[in-house]
Ligand binder design. Structure first.
Ligand code: HPA
Ligand code: ZN
Length: 349
């Protein structure tokens, strides 16, 4: 039912988007030995908990050695997304991970941009980059990433963000880095309310110039905070498959996706680190339909929210929004057939 729906994604870490097959290829062509415990017996990334996941993520990232590697990961990821109906994908990149294997900031972006251009030419998918810092590496490193971003502006870099271990440091510690990029006109997002509770989200909203929150799901434990998120039109980059895989929630019934939506929060659907969590943007939309009871029009609204909340330039956003609006109109007109019926007659282009 959801295959033909246009989709948009705001939250995927590019270093966490290479499937085991591609990580093996990169390791082989770079002549490096894979970490002995990187994969399990079923050729999936092996990890048990959040800190084990972060370790596995770093080990997979260590196989990325050149700008061409970044190009290939980006192209491969966007090709998969396009095949699943994604029209817009905003990807987190981590210059700190690139630097670990000797890839400089400009090369890192050159590789990513080449992947974006190749996928755009072949599939028409639009993609932009959010440069991220890593919370557990601390505020000084975050400031270095922010400075590098401003020193070497790139047309595809549209915003700034932060992932990593939410239990370390406080949001206010990172205010200098976020202020620097925000004052230069870049919109920002921060991971919060994933591995820590509502206080983490409240503090992030108070201390950092952000219009989006990565995850934010644990804000659902505080109704006043939900009101604030709704009132300030903060966009939540919700990643249900990631939350379930990491054990933030035991099962779909416990996941607050619908409660966030009912509280008036602007929710989107995202895959986070797809091969680590056994998910994809297409699967997130399909699961939202089958598990959360979202209909086609609901899902189209989610795509619209993601594009409206994206950090793309206004012309790009308007072009993509016009396309979604047309489909929403068709869908809600009295004679409309369902999108899955329509897709049998003509491709959604
Ligand atoms: N959470 C925090 N940091 C991350 C994640 C995540 O899900 N993925 C990559 N870095
Ligand atoms: Zn994330």
């Amino acid at each position: 039912m959801t295959a033909a729906l246009p989709k948009a994604e705001l939250h995927c870490h590019i270093e966490g988007a290479a499937p085991p097959r591609l990580v093996r290829q990169l390791a082989a062509r770079n002549g490096i030995a894979l970490h002995a415990n990187l994969f399990d017996g079923d050729d999936r990334f092996a990890w048990r908990d959040f800190s084990g996941f972060l370790d596995a993520y770093d080990r997979a990232s260590a196989c990325i050695r050149t700008a061409d590697d970044y190009r290939d990961i980006m192209y491969n990821y966007l090709a998969d997304c396009a095949r699943e109906g994604a029209v817009y994908v905003e990807v987190f990149s981590s210059p700190d991970h690139a630097a670990t294997t000797g890839i400089g900031y400009a090369d890192h972006l050159r590789g990513l941009a080449a992947g974006i251009d190749a996928a755009a030419a072949e599939f028409g998918i639009v993609s932009r980059i959010i440069v991220t810092c890593v919370r557990h590496l601390g505020p000084e490193r975050a400031l270095d990433v922010a400075r590098a971003m401003l020193a070497e502006p790139h047309p595809y870099v549209v915003g700034f963000g932060m992932g990593g271990d939410e239990q370390r440091y406080r949001p206010a510690d990172f205010a200098p880095a976020f202020r620097l990029v925000a004052d230069a006109g870049y919109p920002c997002t921060v991971h919060a309310g994933e591995m820590a509770g509502p206080d983490s989200v409240r503090e992030a909203l108070a201390a950092l110039p952000v219009s989006r929150i990565g995850h934010g799901v644990r804000a659902s434990e505080d109704t006043r905070l939900l009101d604030e998120i709704a009132r300030r039109s903060i966009v939540l980059e919700v990643c249900p498959g990631s939350n379930l895989a990491l054990g933030v929630y035991a099962d779909t019934a416990a996941h607050p996706f619908l409660r966030l939506r009912e509280a008036g929060c602007r929710v989107t659907l995202n895959s986070d680190d797809p091969p680590f969590f056994g998910t994809s943007i297409g699967k997130e939309y399909a699961d939202a339909a089958s598990r959360f009871g979202m209909g086609e029009a609901d899902l189209l609204h989610i795509t619209r929210t993601a594009i409206a909340g994206s950090f793309a330039d206004t012309a790009t956003k308007n072009r993509l929004l016009a396309r979604i609006a047309k489909q929403l109109d068709e869908f809600t007109s009295p004679t409309a057939t369902s999108l899955s019926d329509q897709s049998k007659r003509r491709p959604l282009s």
